[in-house]
Design a protein. Structure first.
Length: 210
């Protein structure tokens, strides 16, 4: 029996993570599949797509999963599902990711190509740092936070759990972003963002609900 590795989510995010995990496991003798509860096909990019129930029941010496779904609430639910089934979540990191000094990052982080984490940073569970994003010095980031591609998160920023930072957003040094807030793509965040709101634009302003 071999160790069984899964990329949970066979959509856009998962198909970007699979080649990184394949490379990470290149010298290991393992089975590597997608896990998806609503699969659009039997396989994707040369890997079978299994339901979670199949992944949890096929014979294996060990079972590990990378949670590759961008939605934070879904990611937390999948994390709990995996933990209840004795499946460890694993981190996946592209070969050219730069991590400097004293960076503590929780289990299950997915770090895409060209991500940089500088020094003295704390990040919680299942962080997604997408292509070309950076996190500067002394930032504190909660659990299940998602950075879309190209997020520029400057020093001393605090970000609450479940926040989503859109592609190309720039966050000014020292800003706090509340839990479950959404920062729109390209936003320039110059003031603190309360929990749960969506901000857009330059300078970023709260988007009023219509
Ligand atoms: N998914 C799943 N189980 C769940 C929720 C989602 O397997 O409980 C899968 C879903 O079927 C889809 C993927 O996760 O294939 C999420 O893909 P989506 O295109 O919504 O987003 P992204 O890939 O950008 O995270």
């Amino acid at each position: 029996m071999k160790p069984l590795y899964g990329v949970y989510g066979a959509s856009g995010c998962g198909r970007g993570v699979m080649p990184l995990l394949r490379r990470q496991l290149a010298t290991a003798d393992v089975e590597l599949v997608f896990i998806d509860d609503d699969p659009a096909a039997d396989a994707a990019n040369g890997h079978p797509i299994w339901t979670f129930d199949r992944f949890a029941s096929e014979p294996a010496s060990q079972r590990l999963a990378a949670l590759a779904v961008a939605n934070a609430g879904v990611r937390e639910m999948l994390d709990q599902r995996c933990r209840s089934a004795g499946i460890d979540v694993i981190g996946v990191s592209a070969g050219n990711v730069v991590v400097m000094d004293d960076v503590e990052i929780g289990p299950g982080a997915l770090l895409s190509p060209f991500v940089t984490l500088t020094s003295n940073i704390r990040i919680g569970r299942c962080f997604h740092g997408n292509l070309y994003s950076y996190v500067e010095h002394d930032c504190v980031i909660g659990d299940y936070v998602t950075f879309a591609p190209g997020v520029r998160c400057n020093g001393n920023v605090t970000i609450g759990s479940h926040a989503y930072i859109g592609s190309g957003a720039i966050i000014r040094q020292g800003i706090s972003i509340g839990a479950s807030a959404t920062v729109g793509m390209g936003a320039v965040v110059t003031k603190d963002v309360p929990p749960g709101v969506t901000v857009i634009g330059n300078p970023a302003r709260i988007m009023e609900k219509k």
